[in-house]
Design a protein around this ligand. Structure first.
Ligand code: DON
Length: 313
């Protein structure tokens, strides 16, 4: 098994490299445009807590939209199910991650917590004197790394360039969905997106989710089971934006991406995976990352809906 995992991760990185020419680093946040589009890294943690890795697994990047899963957990923990889902829905959009159109044409509350509008709402639902500290404490615990912190340059860059998010927040405010000052909520959102992590950190987080919120090595409960169920389901249905359906067919693993190039994937059998590759496809997902996860899914039989007579095309 050890050899299979080591060689699969190495081959996945080589496989991902073939697709990098189809991608571009994010440029709408100037600080992200500095990333090296050739980087690719992977980390996988087994149920028994064995760590496997390949490529640029320890290169730091900002979690961006992956923060949306942590802010959802923090909102559910501090405000509860009823409150959070009275302000944000559970449906995929089929639109881009920063789309504003449905808030005007379909319903006032954002479709789900994985798009920008939904995450701005969940951030506003973190019921704490210091929501950013609440968020960082959660990240430290679930990634098992107390050194994780905000990348200040990215935070300032996001804050300066964040006009679209500002438009979303003010529209939500005008419809009485946001509680609190939009500028303060946006500031918290930008800080959370700018938290710097590595695939090792995110693979640990995925591992906790893959083990239903328990650390299987100690039996300690780190997140409540009902919250894990919600987060994993929304990752599967909405985590890759308007590519969620295709990714569910091809990889079949609940996953969440970020424009920093990260993808966190909660695999079956207690396996946590994180991928990194800053070159993005047109939907804003890591082009190398999506292909590496698809490769691992086939190679290690990690598709949630795979079956014995499944001959994958
Ligand atoms: O709000 C934004 O646009 C970014 N901070 C995060 C967007 C993002 O990561 C979308 N992911 N693929």
């Amino acid at each position: 098994m050890k050899q299979l995992l080591e060689s699969s991760l190495k081959s996945a990185v080589l496989y991902g490299q073939h697709y990098l020419a189809n991608g571009k680093v994010a440029s709408y946040i100037p600080e992200l445009a500095k990333a090296d589009p050739h980087q690719l890294g992977l980390c996988l943690i087994t149920k028994e807590k064995e760590i496997y890795h390949a490529g640029d697994w320890l290169v730091p990047f900002t979690m961006q939209s992956i923060s949306k899963t942590f802010s959802l957990i923090a909102a559910l923990q501090t405000s509860g199910y009823q409150k959070v889902f009275s302000k944000v829905g559970m449906e995929p959009t089929g639109d881009g991650f920063d789309s504003i159109v449905q808030l005007e044409t379909k319903q006032l509350i954002p479709f789900n917590p994985m798009i920008n509008a939904g995450a701005i709402v969940t951030v506003s639902c973190i019921d704490s004197k210091d929501p950013v500290k609440e968020f960082l404490d959660l990240v430290h615990k679930l990634c098992a790394n107390n050194e994780i912190k905000i990348n200040e340059a990215t935070y300032l860059s996001e804050k300066k360039a964040g006009m679209r998010n500002r438009s979303i927040a003010y529209l939500l405010e005008s419809d009485h969905i946001l509680e609190g000052d939009p500028e303060i909520i946006l500031d918290h959102y930008f800080k959370m997106c700018s938290v710097s992590v590595t695939t090792k950190d995110l693979a640990h987080y995925a591992w906790v989710l893959a083990n239903d919120g328990l650390d299987p090595t100690t039996g300690e409960r780190l997140i409540e089971g009902w919250i894990v169920r919600i987060v994993k389901t929304l990752m599967m249905t909405c985590g890759m934006y308007d590519e969620s359906g295709e990714f569910a067919v091809k990889a079949g693993i609940p996953s969440k991406s970020g424009v920093g190039g990260g993808i966190v994937s909660v695999a079956p059998n207690g396996i946590g995976i994180a991928a990194f590759g800053p070159a993005l496809n047109k939907k804003g997902n890591s082009v190398g990352g999506t292909h590496m996860i698809e490769y691992l899914s086939k190679e290690l039989n990690l598709h949630y809906f795979a079956n014995q007579s499944d001959i994958t095309a």
